[in-house]
Design a protein around this ligand. Sequence first.
Ligand code: HEM
Length: 245
Amino acid sequence: MLTMAYAVLFYVATALLAGGLGYRIWQYASTPAPLKIPTTPAPVTTGGVVFRMAREVLVFESLFKSNKWIWAFGILFHGALAAVLLRHVRYFQNPVWDVIALIQPIGVYAGFAMVAGLLGLWARRIIVPRVRYISAPSDHLMLFLLVMIGVSGLSMKFVAHTDIIAVKTFFLGLMRFDIQPLPSDPNLLIHLGLVALLMIIFPFSKLLHAPGIFFSPTRNQVDNPRERRHLSKWAAKLEADGGGA
Ligand code: HEM
């Protein structure tokens, strides 16, 4: 019964995450950018834009320039999250890739680093009056959700072990539509329940900044308005039809 409920929950969550994210990305990709608005000084070649975007995504360059504290906690959380997620790949593959096996020991420390980074970001929302004023309930709830996922994960490692072989069998089974029994210890059920909740709300949440950054006109445009006239698709169509200014 419990196994069935979690199996259905994960199928629904995966469908909503994939469908919702796909829909959002399609929305972002098809929204016209009518103006040339790269944040200057900006690269003047496409290669330059790719390089700047890579710096933005990998080391949060503009955040570093604007606020060192948020940058430090932000990079701690996101870097640790990447390591934790890579460590989790072992639950979804058999045999496990060498690189995933190699990262296992780092992943445990990353669990603590992830929670520490989140608590730092959360403290800022409570301590800094200016930031507290603009923090909505959803900002606090997302942080709470992520902290609880981390804490429940760590509790399985350090407080009450779960049967990770059975967890893996369950998820490998889900991927083959062959439902296998899921262990029923509370820490695991809380961890997985919160993860499914995260997957479901992701496409409606502020966490969309992850795919969104790639579609940000101030970041993805080449600074070449003198060399090439900037015309969004709908404006070009309007012009061809003889309308517009
Ligand atoms: C379906 C997806 C997931 C499954 C099956 C899963 C399962 C597990 C299990 C079994 C553990 C205990 C590991 C051990 O005892 O060695 C764990 C730990 C942990 N999980 Fe998850 N988890 C999932 C998704 C996530 C997500 C999305 C996050 C982060 C947002 C996360 C964060 C953590 C953390 C921080 C730990 C503790 C550190 C570690 O062992 O890596 N988990 N998870």
